[in-house]
Design a protein around this ligand. Structure first.
Ligand SMILES: Nc1ncnc2c1ncn2[C@@H]1O[C@H](COP(=O)(O)OP(=O)(O)OP(=O)(O)O)[C@@H](O)[C@H]1O
Length: 258
């Protein structure tokens, strides 16, 4: 069976710097991949290329056999790729609902024609979106669902992360890219968020996840398979236990690789 995501020879150059070097990465439907590597190894660049923020220099990207190489961020989003960012991108003075609704923009018809002429359909779309946002946030924390129209800034750090994940999920993606969800959180908060994600995966078994994370405990708990990057190259692919034992990975983390 062909994988959900298939990247081959994926390369991203910034002038003389090769940030992604002929990467071959495959992700199956429902699989969770832990993507690790030292600082500057290309993890976020991989996400930026996959989501259309950067135009790759060479290679091929397919999602469910649909060619996504160098497509626009909107097209890629519509094809089913969603992400969260390392640094929060929530609009803190806007409501939780407004923040989550942004994740569904590509799938809604928000044209003036729709708003003026097809008012019934427009209202239906909006109320469906409120229902979806309520259901999603309730899975993570009922308190968020109960306060959907309060500003996102009035929530704790972990709830803000949950809201960001809900924003990524509201468009019903097939592939979810999580960029260091534990950043800025305590160990307890990280553990609670991982519990959420594990519970979530049970409910959405077809959703594929690529998780960038420095916390090895998180990678161990949540990944079906791990991939390690170093200087934009894939240096390891396999189960977590083998990653920990791998000499090249150890050298990359301790420095002095290459
Ligand atoms: N827009 C850009 N312009 C020029 N160089 C860039 C750009 N984005 C990333 N890079 C470079 O590409 C390389 C990979 O960076 P990237 O942010 O993808 O690494 P990372 O593995 O995500 O690191 P970290 O773990 O610190 O987030 C780095 O050398 C970085 O400086």
């Amino acid at each position: 069976m062909s994988p959900l995501l298939a990247c081959s020879g994926l390369t991203m150059r910034f002038g003389g710097l090769t940030a992604l070097d002929a990467l071959d990465i495959r992700v199956g439907k429902g699989e969770t991949i832990g993507l690790v590597g030292p600082n500057g190894s290309g993890k976020t660049t991989f996400f930026n290329v996959l989501t259309g923020l950067y135009k790759p220099s060479a290679g091929a990207v397919q999602l469910a056999e649909q060619d996504l190489f160098a497509r626009s961020a909107q097209e890629i989003g519509r094809a089913g790729v969603a992400r969260t960012f390392q640094r929060s991108r929530l609009m803190l003075d806007q409501t939780v609902f407004d923040n989550i609704a942004l994740g569904a923009l590509g799938r809604l018809d928000l044209s003036l024609l729709s708003a003026l002429v097809l008012r019934g359909r427009f209202r239906r779309q909006l109320s469906e979106l409120v229902e979806r946002a309520t259901a999603l946030t309730r899975r993570f924390n009922p308190q968020i669902a109960a306060n959907l129209f309060k500003p996102a800034g009035s929530f704790t750090m972990i709830d803000r992360r949950r809201i960001e994940i809900c924003r990524a999920l509201v468009g019903a993606p097939r592939l979810l890219l999580l960029d260091e969800p534990s950043a800025g959180m305590t160990h307890e908060e990280t553990r609670a968020l991982m519990d959420d994600l594990l519970a979530f995966r049970e409910e959405m078994p077809d959703l594929a996840i690529v998780l960038v994370e420095h916390e090895m405990d998180v990678i161990r708990r949540i990944s079906d398979r791990c991939i390690v990057l170093n200087f934009g190259k894939k240096i390891f692919e396999g189960p977590f236990d083998a990653l920990i034992a791998d000499r090249e990975v150890q050298t990359a983390y301790l420095g002095g690789a290459q």
